[in-house]
Design a protein around this ligand. Sequence first.
Ligand code: ATP
Length: 342
Amino acid sequence: MAFLQLEGLSKRYGAIDAVVATDLAVEKGEFVSLLGPSGCGKTTTLQMIAGFVDATAGRIVLDGRDITHAKPSSRGLGVVFQSYALFPHMSVRDNVAFGLRMRKVSSADIDRRVSTVLNLVRLAPHAERYPRELSGGQRQRVALARALVIEPPVLLLDEPLSNLDANLREEMQFEIRRIQREVGITTLMVTHDQAEALSISDRVVVMQAGRVTQIDEPYKLYEHPRTQFISGFVGKANMLAGDIDAKGRPQVRHSPGDGALTLSLRPEKIDLLDAGSGRLQGRISVRYFLGSQWLYRIATELGELTVVRRNDGSAPLSEGTTVGLDWQPELLRVLAADEVHG
Ligand code: ATP
């Protein structure tokens, strides 16, 4: 049995099925993200694990122990929410020490453990400061330190970075991953940010309308999304009509016919060639500069396609230019129709 196991976990609020029969097995030391649009049941799932919301049906098993209806305090899990809720009148050190004092840990042990954790989150130099004297990122590290210092079996993070601006957010993503690896702590993170989920997780759980629709490693999820929704939600995708050729490979069809399949083609998988070559001709209708990449929208007879090219330092293609488009057919992915909506 996995270290943390959810079995048929469900939550109903009146007529709303917030979470429906969720199964998930998280291995010890794994970093798993719950990813999905607003209202899909991510937070409710995390809250049931934390013990703040009572499950309607199903089981939560932690390290072989059924904790489905155990009190939050007896689960001993580390929890960090988006609003970090530090004690404003306590120094960083005291904020972090609080949980240990509540547990009646000896003061020598408290000093040792707090120092270790403050070093881990790189806040040792700011130990005597108050929360108001810290940046948003530093406050978030205090919240993380406070959760980690009790040495919980599982760390639960609910949108821990959503209050931070874009640059800091990215930096903190890598920080969280570094800390999680260093401690080796089993971690479950809720996010609606697909880039965040892909960049720092061992596995990603995609949720839609209360249901889990795919669980995979980030690379597999991106390369082999199961459904149209997942393909569009995780990264960008061009959706094309197609079918399977005589050799069993997906191929694009120029007009959707009977039994047509939906194929997905990622923007960076399309090559741009001189006009007249390639599988398809198109005209660049608009381009956007993304720093490391150029994003082109190209009008073709298959509709408007999005193409992303690496910025190699040379001048970009101009809007209005006619280009040829090409791709490796094996990079087309066949998608299943969406079985859930929302
Ligand atoms: P977000 O990203 O917006 O936080 P989420 O994926 O975390 O969304 P949940 O907060 O888990 O979604 O909510 C799932 C569903 O359950 C939503 O339809 C929500 O309105 C509903 N819900 C959540 N909490 C309650 C509650 N206390 N009472 C009634 N309905 C609730």
